[in-house]
Design a protein around this ligand. Structure first.
Ligand code: ADP
Length: 360
């Protein structure tokens, strides 16, 4: 028998051993007794309990459904991205190694003056690998990865964002080492102030800064990574807490070649010569990593489109006889897939990087 969790996600059947669930549920605020929680919620809470069977202090006053949401929807148990999957960005990788990976591997070396900051900002145009870096950090550091988009806190969790933020930091602290990745962090910590600002979003922001302050001063192995396409919207308080600020620029020509080659190779479709790859790189100046991915996807459909144009029926196509992807396919797709970042936007990032970024 399979069941569904409170938010509709699939939860495999759980055999409860009935151990300390009673203890746990009786300690949760607003709980009306053991029967008011379903099995998956109980299981989530049980995992978070300490060796003494007690729920950690930070989680005791939180609603179980929020804790469950963080554990099931926000926590990514297997981000499955590694440094080698990310093209270019050597400066960012070496900064991150020093700031996060090494201290997690050798905490005894990185103490006192050498203790790392707990807040990292990744800024730059969309689709350049910021989320990938966050996931790779968690993978390389063997840390638990939490992903949340800040705009969902303000839009989807209206009035509850503050509680969810507490649950997020609470669960992360039970799951150390942990990486909390906040996408679109500008929408949470922006400098647009007072007048138009709702009371609830002001409270949300305050709560967020309090939580950051909390783990910054303690010995917790929790890193906050904020990602944004609009760094100029961040206020001074946000900048102060995100001590390292790394510019994640558009991919270089080599990085674009690498992305195209590795995507095609993964599917056994790579048959281009070095000269042809060079031509593709020259034609894709200004494309982001995700633009490159879209371009490759479109170009790889070229051979199939061609056969259909010639009258073939898709159901009759023989996979082995489909021709390889050519430079011509790329040239056609370049008309369809245009770069998503405009050159004048880049100026803004470079300016901000000069002023506030951790330069190479
Ligand atoms: P961002 O968070 O900066 O908006 P993502 O990390 O979500 O961008 O990247 C979107 C997609 O684009 C990735 O899943 C990946 O396929 C591709 N991509 C972007 N940058 C790179 C890169 N440097 N190396 C490899 N793939 C990349």
């Amino acid at each position: 028998v399979s069941r569904r969790g409170v938010r509709g996600n699939f939860i495999p059947p759980i055999k409860s051993n009935g151990s300390n669930i009673g203890n746990i549920t009786s300690r949760i605020a607003g709980n009306k007794g053991d029967d008011s929680l379903d099995e998956s919620t109980k299981k989530c809470l049980e995992i978070l309990c300490g060796p003494d069977g007690e729920l950690p202090e930070k989680l005791r006053n939180l609603e179980p459904r929020l804790i469950e949401h963080v554990s099931n929807e926000i926590m990514d148990k297997d981000p499955n991205v590694h440094w080698d999957d990310i093209a270019g960005l050597d400066h960012a990788k070496s900064c991150v190694n020093e700031m996060v990976i090494f201290p997690l591997l050798r905490p005894d070396l990185f103490m006192g003056c050498r203790s790392p900051g707990r807040g990292l900002l990744l800024f730059g145009p969309p689709g350049t690998g910021k989320t990938m870096i966050g996931k790779a950090i968690a993978g390389e550091a063997k840390a638990t990865f939490f992903y949340i988009s800040a705009s969902s806190l303000t839009s989807k969790w209206i009035g509850e964002g503050e509680k969810l933020v507490r649950a997020l930091f609470g669960v992360a602290s039970c799951r150390q080492p942990a990486v909390i990745f906040v996408d679109e962090i500008d929408s949470l910590l922006s400098q647009r102030k007072s007048d138009g600002e709702h009371e609830s979003s002001r409270r949300l922001k305050t709560q967020f800064l309090i939580e950051m302050e909390g783990f910054d001063s303690g010995n917790e192995k929790v890193l906050l990574i904020g990602a944004t396409n609009r760094p100029q919207e961040l206020d001074e308080a946000a900048r102060r807490r995100l001590t390292k600020r790394l510019y994640i620029p558009l991919p270089s020509s080599e990085a674009r070649a690498w992305i195209a080659r590795s995507l095609l190779e993964k599917d056994g479709l790579f048959k281009l010569s070095n000269e042809e790859i060079d031509i593709i790189c020259n034609l894709t100046e200004g494309y982001s990593g995700s633009d490159m991915k879209n371009l490759v996807k479109d170009a790889s459909l070229g051979p199939i489109r061609e056969q259909i144009r010639q009258g073939a029926k898709v159901v009759n196509l023989e996979k082995e006889k489909i021709r390889p992807v050519t430079l011509q396919d790329f040239k056609i797709s370049l008309q369809q897939v245009r770069p998503s970042v405009s050159p004048n936007e880049l100026g803004t990032y470079e300016q901000w990087n000069k002023q506030f970024g951790s330069l190479a």
